[in-house]
Design a protein. Sequence first.
Lengths: 329, 556
Amino acid sequence: MAKRAGNIVAKFRINRFWSALITLVVIYAIVKWLIPAVSRWMTDLPFPLTVPGELIKIYMILAVVAMILLVTFSQKHLDEFLRPVLKFLRAEYGQIPRAVVLLLISLVIGYITYGVAVPTSETPISLRIQHPSSNFPKKFEDLKNPAADPPEAEVAAFIEQAKANDIALIAQVATDVEHWLEENPDGHMLSFLPTAPVKKFLAELDSGEVSMATAKAALIEKNLFEGRALYAMNCRACHGDSVSGDGPMADGFKLRPINFTDNGTIETIVEGYTFWRVMNGGPGLPVEATPWDSAMPEWKLSLTEEERWKIIMAEYDLAEKTPRIPEGH
Amino acid sequence: MCVRNWRPVRPVAFAILLILGVGWAVPVPAADLPSGAMPEATPELIEQGREIYVKRCSFCHGLLGDGEGPAAEFLDPRPRDFTLGVFKFRTTDSGELPTNEDMFRTVSKGLPGTGMQAFDDGRIKNGLSEDQRWAVIAYIKTFVPEFDDPEFDPYKKLVALPGSMPAYSEALVAKGREVFERAKCWECHGKQGRGNGQKAFDRLDDWGFPIRIRNVTHSWKIKGGSAVEDIYMRFSTGINGTPMPSFVKALGEDERWALANFIKSLQHQLTEHQVMKALKIDGDIPAAADDPLWAGAEAMDVRLAGQVIAAPRWQNPSIELVTLRAIYNDEEIAFLAVWDDPFQDVIHVAENELDPSELRIVGGYNSYVQPYDMVIRKLENFRDSVALQFPAKPPKGTAKPHFFRGTSSEPTNLWIWRGDSETSGEAAVIEATARGWKQEAKAQPEGQQQVNGGAVWADGRWSVVMKRPLLTEDKADVQFTEGSFIPLAVNAWDGSNGEHGMMMSLSTWHFVTLEAPTSWTVYLYGVIAALIAGAFSILFIWLAKRTKDPEPEAEA
């Protein structure tokens, strides 16, 4: 049975010379067109991620080396490979095809040589490392976001504020909440925030039995609200309403603002790293990350530490991502 | 043996995979139309919508839907105040409410050129599902009591697309141009569609903000969408709250369709390259911005963003595109910068400049400029200006100064053209050295000022030429040599938009290269290589004839 199947396949066998040639063409097609096409499908970006020209060269050299190894594996392989070549050179396929093909090959080689020698004007390549760590201070590695895990004293103070119906809010959101309270004077002040943890907290507050866990969850909701507002004020213009790196300013920057919903961005780094990047911006980057192309501001000049942490918390929440846990924990 | 024989088939499998791969990669357009009618607005749906609204919408539109959220004060156009019940982008008659589907489209697609972005989960990973979008629309509708009044039912006032929509053609565009003239669209939008028809910011919209007429040639700023169908809808429904009327009664369906195609034909097609080739000429460098020689030089579109890197941050730049060209000869190089600006601002009142010191504090209320509060946006106040920026020192490897004015160790060389030279009596162009944004760029000493400029403003467009010798003795100057890639960035200011100082638009680094003329040796190399290859071919033929045929492979 097996032998018969083998014979059938043998009928469709291609000579080793042609199979080597086709394999090279297919590998080139994959690297040049398929990978960019698949990248576009996978990332949903409006542009393909092309394989750099230098990398294509390396792949093709490897492929050619592999083909040479395969062909010279044994004398039999080599003979099979050479047979059509020799036939062709002896004009067994005809004088005219031989003349045309050889002339074409000569002209192509001449053209490629001209192409290499002629001065070109392609954008100088500048490779860039996205999460550089060469100057990342170790002490940031283990930082925890205080807004996402408020200490007990803060939760207790929050409960007191809630009982007095006088929650402390950052100035940036206070005005809008006040307007809302003028129109909705009956309920508790926090009811402007209609999320489940806040509703549960308000219900417990009514019943007089407030647990620390519920209060903490509600405080985190309040911090998130403030973080989202600070994000909308400070980061939205570039990183976009929905942290997708597509804000109204994004098209003006050649190095586009990062899309936090992409895998491989904020979820692959520890929170302390995010904090360090937000703090020092483009100018804080090491040379391998091309600081001169980054429009990221040094936020330590404009935002307080508390504001930065709240923004980071909102960023992860909006992107539906969690930060990487520091190693050793 | 059988297994071995499969090997040559593998390339075919690869080819099939390749075809499949290309098939998958075709992007599926996100739906702007819902799959069905809006669900009934139950209290549960409205409460679900409120939670989404507070999380995703309230920071611009306000908790009360009044367009007064914390971020609203930096935005222009301002976020919509829903409580007035005036909606701009509809498929209903002028002055009417939008349909549910109209609101669904805006929430799904967003409004290009504004802070309102797409929320469709087919467009962004963390977007809203169709049900969630309906929930938030149900909540937004609670801000507008008119939606409950059957008298205002938008479905009774629908505007449809034309019955016949012929494809885009030159003839259709020509007919549309004629309609554009006759309907006097140019009175506001300008003869070239650059939005330069108005004489001043003397008219306000329904919300009390100055009217800014759209430059219809910049497709990325067309809020209602830049497709022909979208354009058709805008002048068939009017834009509520603004002077843009509906032309349903004045123009027939086919006329409006032709007009939409004409507007489409005005849209600027952006170039994609980041390297500009300067054109080499033998004669004199053109000093005038309207010299016909410029048409022969390669154009490079440079996109600009508002300066939001350091306080005072500015989110409302009016110049988002500057098109550059360069020409040089053996002695000199000249750059032409062209951009659209509806007003020619040639006066500068230095006393009105903003003092940014209050914005430059940690934890201040914000570091952004509020366009309607903190700067004067009017005519005859600040000048129009443009600057070309180059690294002051030749870059080492790929390293460059920071695109935002360099740093103290990596300075940049600025050529700043100022529109007020005739009123101020100063030189039109100053050469300056910038060492980071924290200090003002410093003008070079009088003797080292070597850039000359000329400018023309016509039909809502500035064309500015700046010219300098290729090489100078000055160490703080960029030097132009053939064959090198010189980083180049643009800063721009629209005076009547309140822009001055760090309130500007800016670009990241692009490149200019002076194309060295191809030397004859390059062609020679090609010919020699072809000849050598030919000689080898003959050698191979000779060798092939001498070689004994290998034994045919024995069959298994």
